[in-house]
Design a protein around this ligand. Structure first.
Ligand SMILES: NC(=O)c1ccc[n+]([C@@H]2O[C@H](COP(=O)([O-])OP(=O)(O)OC[C@H]3O[C@@H](n4cnc5c(N)ncnc54)[C@H](OP(=O)(O)O)[C@@H]3O)[C@@H](O)[C@H]2O)c1
Length: 432
């Protein structure tokens, strides 16, 4: 059993510099609780001269972090650079191959290469820990791997992206447009200068894939699945949703249906009184359903230097306590091979908003296409926008995804349709 650990931190940006500050300040406490000692032997980032809050000793600086993978006086590498390729990939693969423990907050890397990395870590009996990659400070990964180990989990879902939740909450609160609120989010540091991966759902896709693999004991799925973001949603939709007692949230959802994995990312109309509807601003919330536990709810800040550092430190504690676990909580050799659910068979109610010419025959054409596609209307609302155009809002009864997609394709072809049709899936469950 080891009782001294040599640490290197690579990446000293938002998260890395806070982790360094925390470790310097709390060294004695951590050593006392883990019964091990540690030293920070190397630090690395792109630019040595950059001001980072805490002082960086030149003696610890290493220019090429990939050299760390062969250093004898390194046992643990904390990778806080980010990105699925480049330096992060080289460093993490190299470190695991050279039997060094890895702690990372990098969801892109785990999503893309988690299967390969897990096999190397398992073969070399080292830890690959990534608590900070999902849900910021919410201790969801260790909870699934350890605390819920006796459960059969069949459903995991939630709000996994703080940026988009902030945008949706603020549009509702301030009645300002998507564009105005996105600007505000960027000024407050809640959205990246290029927010594409938050807005288009890709960030949630990585996170729900990681969670799905942990919960259902499968490899990370490498097949594409339904991923939609919030780029097409605006104040109008949020207001209409409210009139029908709904709120709009971007959800990541994965569940077992008929022994298949039904996984997807899309905005959703959920009942205004549901638990998830009350999760606002940059908060994340994750719901897990399993047996015998029932449903549990995790909620907290999904990003930011404090919460993310908390998760990195939790991973480090595990290593200092000499705990060794398989990266996803099960041996890769025993991973379940489950098929992906064919999402065209999905059934739910749908919200449709159409911008159409205000003239006779339009409504009957739309209802006729819907009816021929086997879709019936539960609620309907029409609002003139000006003398020429109207907004039509339709809430359907339960319908099959394949049929809705077909109907939307047919309706979109009509000349009276003036803008891209907004379609949002509905989950009516008040317990959500
Ligand atoms: N920010 C959050 O709230 C949050 C939450 C959860 C997870 N994460 C994850 O945490 C990781 C770090 O995020 P962050 O927000 O701290 O990013 P960041 O502020 O952009 O920091 C990235 C760091 O990596 C360094 N770096 C970039 N390229 C490098 C290279 N080629 N060689 C050496 N160092 C290099 C940068 O160096 P310079 O400083 O010299 O430019 C910087 O210190 C990412 O995987 C992110 O997804 C972040």
């Amino acid at each position: 059993m080891k009782n001294h650990f040599n640490i290197a931190i690579v990446g000293l940006g938002n998260i890395g510099s806070e982790v360094l500050r925390y470790l310097n300040k709390n060294k004695k406490n951590i050593e006392r609780t883990t019964n091990s000692t540690f030293s920070i032997n190397y630090l690395s980032a792109r630019n040595l001269k950059k001001k980072r809050g805490s002082s960086i000793s030149k003696k610890l600086w290493i220019k090429n972090p990939v050299d760390l993978v062969k250093k004898k006086n390194v046992d643990v590498i904390i990778e806080l650079v980010g990105g699925a390729e480049g330096i992060a990939k080289k460093l993490v693969f190299g470190a695991l191959k050279n039997k060094k423990h890895i702690i990372t907050a990098n969801k892109s890397l785990i999503f893309k290469y988690g299967n390969q990395l897990a096999q190397i870590a398992e073969k070399n009996s080292v830890n690959l820990l990534f608590e900070a990659s999902v849900g910021g400070g919410i201790p969801i990964i260790k909870s699934i791997k350890e605390s819920l180990v006796g459960n059969k989990i069949f459903h995991i879902y939630g709000i996994l992206n703080g940026t988009t939740n902030f945008i949706l909450t603020e549009i509702e609160k301030t009645k300002k447009s998507f564009k105005e609120i996105l600007n505000k989010a960027q000024k407050l540091g809640y959205a990246e200068p290029d927010p594409k991966f938050d807005l288009n759902g890709d960030d949630v896709k990585s996170k729900i894939s990681i969670l799905s693999s942990l919960c259902f004991k499968t490899a990370i799925l490498n097949k594409p699945f339904l991923t939609e973001g919030i780029e097409n949603i605006d104040l109008e939709d949020i207001n209409y949703a409210k009139r029908f007692d709904y709120k709009i949230k971007l959800l990541g959802i994965s569940e077992i249906v008929n022994n298949q994995v039904k996984i997807r990312v899309h905005p959703c109309l959920i009942h205004k009184n549901s638990d998830l509807a009350k999760v606002n601003s940059v908060n994340n919330a994750i719901m897990v359903e399993g047996s015998p536990i029932g449903k549990i709810v995790y909620q907290g800040l999904g990003a930011g230097k404090g919460p993310t550092t908390s998760s990195v430190i939790s991973d480090l504690n595990s290593i200092l306590r000499n705990n060794l676990s398989n990266p996803f909580g099960f041996s890769y050799k025993s991973a379940r091979k489950l098929k992906l659910f064919d999402f065209r068979k999905h059934t739910c109610k749908y919200y449709l908003r159409l911008s159409v010419e205000d003239k006779p025959g339009v409504l009957s054409k739309i209802t006729s296409i819907l009816s021929k596609s086997g879709i019936s209307i539960q609620n309907f609302l029409q609002k003139p926008v000006n003398k020429m155009y109207s907004s039509l809002v339709i809430i359907t009864h339960l319908a099959v995804e394949k049929r809705i997609q077909f109907a939307l394709k047919m309706i979109s072809k009509q000349k009276f349709v003036k803008e891209k049709i907004v379609m949002i899936r509905i989950r009516d469950d008040k317990k959500l």
